[in-house]
Design a protein around this ligand. Structure first.
Ligand SMILES: Nc1nc2c(ncn2[C@@H]2O[C@H](COP(=O)(O)OP(=O)(O)OP(=O)(O)O)[C@@H](O)[C@H]2O)c(=O)[nH]1
Length: 417
């Protein structure tokens, strides 16, 4: 059907999209480095899975870098912790390397929950920091101090490069700092003044790293909201295009298809018609309508046209098209319907209009509003329905000439011509 009276539904969807765009604009407009870009609760789930493939990729690269760094430190074990070389090597090759490879394997599993992967990476990084700190805490070598600096490199990697959520990065930074502090406290050789040094170093290194993480997280949020806005906008545009297309095919006064919509729908029906039956078309014209308008006024004329259209519309079904071609002229086309059925419907339509009983004391044919109908029946080819309508027009002309208020039928099948 070409009727366009589902405007309520279209309006609701359009309104919802409009509101969502306004809300997204408001969230995106939030300024300030330290102000977190908010994600509406309805989008939390989508945000949690947003860009996971990319973030996983970043985590894999950063984890490999951390692993290389960690194993590289092994070359320094003889210098830094000469009294614990055996322990250090067993930590690196017995725990850090296999655990690192296991976490890398876990990150390659696309079906493993991302949150679980993030937790595994975080735990792994803290394990690495803790093992180096144990070496520092147990060693009697002053050079072990170098490992504390190395640990901060790992923590920077964890806080910034892993693209972990800020809360997770903050926990890693605090736990890492606590581990570093404990190593100094338990060390038999490191002086307590190093606690102050560790405090300042932790603050200077981890503070900016956390700010960077916060800003990166905000960028990720902004990017997500912008993408979402774009998607909603595209949906809105598609809806508006669809609505415009429908409106362009409708007659605003009667709600029936206009000439454009009528012929477009009909061409579609002809393409889809597999029945092979000839088509029946009817051209309908309200009788003495100028006199009706002149005597009862244009608004009353509009109402009369709406009443006629409402009766015509009762014919509408998938293989019956109804349209207002312009003025007081309407058309009906029936595909996939036998001759008898089609003509019975048109004759009963003619009678129904008269039965409406719309008074028309100035008509040349009756005391009520009537119509004249010209019917043509024949085969149609796609792109050439005009010839059948021309014959229907001729039938309508004959109906008018014969005194109006009647149905004239012309058979347009080639043998009948
Ligand atoms: N109220 C109203 N009148 C319309 C509309 N469109 C066309 N008309 C009027 O329809 C009338 C058509 O008049 P004519 O073409 O002379 O036909 P008629 O008076 O019906 O005469 P016959 O068709 O020969 O019976 C004109 O007065 C137009 O102004 C419309 O949307 N609303």
């Amino acid at each position: 059907m070409l009727r366009g009276r589902s405007d309520g539904v279209i309006g609701k969807a359009e309104f919802a999209m409009h509101r969502e765009i306004a809300e997204l604009d408001r969230l995106l407009a939030a300024e300030g480095v330290l102000r977190r870009v908010a994600i509406p609760s309805a989008l939390q789930q989508a945000f949690a899975t947003h860009g996971i493939a990319y973030r996983r990729h970043v985590m894999v690269l950063s984890l490999i870098a951390t692993l290389v760094l960690y194993m590289g430190f092994g070359l320094l074990d003889w210098l830094m912790v000469p009294d614990l070389v055996g322990v250090a090597l067993s930590f690196r090759f017995g725990i850090v390397l296999p655990c690192g490879l296991a976490v890398l394997y876990l990150l390659r599993q696309a079906d493993c929950p991302f949150l679980f992967q993030q937790m595994a990476v975080s735990a792994y990084l803290l394990l690495g920091v803790a093992l180096l700190a144990i070496l520092v805490g147990l060693s009697t070598s002053l050079q072990a101090l170098g490992f504390l600096i190395g640990n901060y490199a790992i923590l920077i990697c964890a806080v910034i490069a892993m693209a972990l959520p800020f809360e997770v990065a903050l926990i890693i930074a605090l736990v890492g700092f606590a581990i570093q502090t404990a190593a100094i406290v338990y060390s038999p050789v490191l002086p307590p003044i190093l606690l102050l040094h560790n405090l300042l170093t932790g603050f200077v290194i981890l503070g900016p790293a956390l700010v960077a993480n916060w800003m990166l997280e905000n960028e990720r949020r902004r990017h997500f909201l912008m993408l979402r806005r774009e998607q909603v906008r595209l949906r809105q545009l598609a809806g508006q295009r669809d609505l415009l297309g429908r409106l362009a095919a409708l007659d605003p006064l009667t709600g029936l298809a206009n000439r454009r919509g009528f012929y477009a729908a009909l061409n579609g029906d002809i393409r889809a018609d597999v029945s092979g039956l000839p088509m029946t078309v009817a051209m309908i014209d309200v009788d003495s309508f100028k006199a009706y308008n002149d005597q009862y006024g244009h608004p009353a004329g509009d109402e009369a046209l709406q009443s006629v259209a409402a009766v015509l519309d009762t014919l509408s079904e998938p293989n019956v098209r109804v349209g207002r071609l312009g003025g007081e002229e309407f058309a009906v086309a029936m595909t996939a319907l036998g001759a008898e059925a089609a003509i019975t419907r048109i004759e009963s339509l003619h009678a129904s209009i008269q039965r409406l009983g719309i008074p028309h004391h100035y008509s040349s044919t009756a005391e009520v509003l009537t119509i004249s109908v010209g019917v043509a029946r024949g085969p149609v080819r796609e792109g050439d329905i005009e010839s059948l309508f021309r014959i229907a027009d001729e039938a309508l002309y004959q109906a008018k000439r014969a005194g109006r208020n009647r149905v004239v039928i012309l058979d347009a099948t080639p043998t009948a011509q």
